[in-house]
Design a protein around this ligand. Structure first.
Ligand code: ZN
Ligand code: FE
Length: 266
């Protein structure tokens, strides 16, 4: 579990299931966990680092993001922050766009963004501290890709991703799954001339070869290499048209929708 140092707060990467990452934000004493889909790995990380859980933060209602909450709460009562409109039971602090929270036990302020698309109520948490910009975006933005549209429309997801893309370039992107290499394989197919994608693929493949995580990435890297933030680029539009997946002259949202559908079957 690598430990990224950012001023006084650190983020632990806790792998779970096949390809999930659960995030533990801590100050060496207290800890908040983001999307604890499984309680076991969280408990192990807390005890290994001598941490006391002080808060739970949720991004959306899928089981691989909330499944460990009851078990964690059975041992300790802590506030549960989560989306107002995603149908999650047991949230004690319901959140939506523009709200700010101070995470109990930590010197950590987070701002909430509504990012519908993967689910309708999905939220993201942003830390706006110069030199330590962080984004916890669940299954909305992935390294090199984006979440599937289980509930929202392409237009909603495109708007949500645009909000995230507008964050500072140095924002660390703590997404919830290790999908990077397969996402970049798709990125290479739709934007073969993007040298940044090729470089990133080399880096990600090397990391995965030694089981290292490829996340967090940064917003700057995503803007340069993630096709789901680049669907208005002429090269990507041309790939969609050449593949028979888009009519030339179609709208940007149509291009986004066609890109997401292509990835679903890639
Ligand atoms: Zn999900
Ligand atoms: Fe997930």
């Amino acid at each position: 579990m690598p430990n990224q140092q950012n001023s006084e707060l650190s983020v632990l990467t806790v792998p779970a299931f096949n390809d999930n990452y659960l995030w533990v934000i801590h100050d060496g004493q207290h800890a908040a966990v983001v999307d604890p889909g499984d309680a076991g790995p969280i408990r192990d990380a807390l005890s290994q680092h001598g941490l006391t859980l002080t808060a739970i933060l949720l991004t959306h209602h899928h089981a691989d993001h909330i499944g460990g909450v009851p078990s964690l709460l059975a041992h300790t009562q802590v506030p549960v922050f989560g989306p107002r409109y995603d149908g999650i039971e047991g949230i004690t602090q319901a959140l939506g766009e523009g709200e700010r929270i101070t995470v109990p036990g930590l010197a950590l302020e987070l701002e909430v963004l509504d990012v519908p698309g993967h689910t309708l109520g999905h939220i993201a948490y942003v830390r706006r501290t110069p030199g330590a910009h962080w984004l916890f975006c669940g299954d909305t933005l992935f390294a090199g890709g984006c979440g599937r549209l289980f509930e929202g429309t392409p237009a909603q997801m495109a708007d949500s991703l645009a909000k995230l893309a507008a964050l500072p370039d140095d924002t660390l992107v703590y997404c919830a799954h290790e999908y990077t290499v397969s996402n970049l394989r798709f990125a290479q197919a739709v934007e073969p001339d993007n040298h940044g994608v090729a470089l990133r693929m080399r880096d990600a493949t090397a990391k995965r070869g030694t089981r290292l995580p490829t996340v967090p990435s940064t917003i700057g890297l995503e803007r340069g290499t993630n096709p789901f933030l680049r669907y208005t680029e002429p090269g990507i539009v041309k790939s969609l048209v050449d593949a028979g997946r888009l009519k030339s002259g179609a709208s940007p949202v149509d291009a986004f929708a066609a890109l997401r559908e292509w990835k679903n079957v890639f």
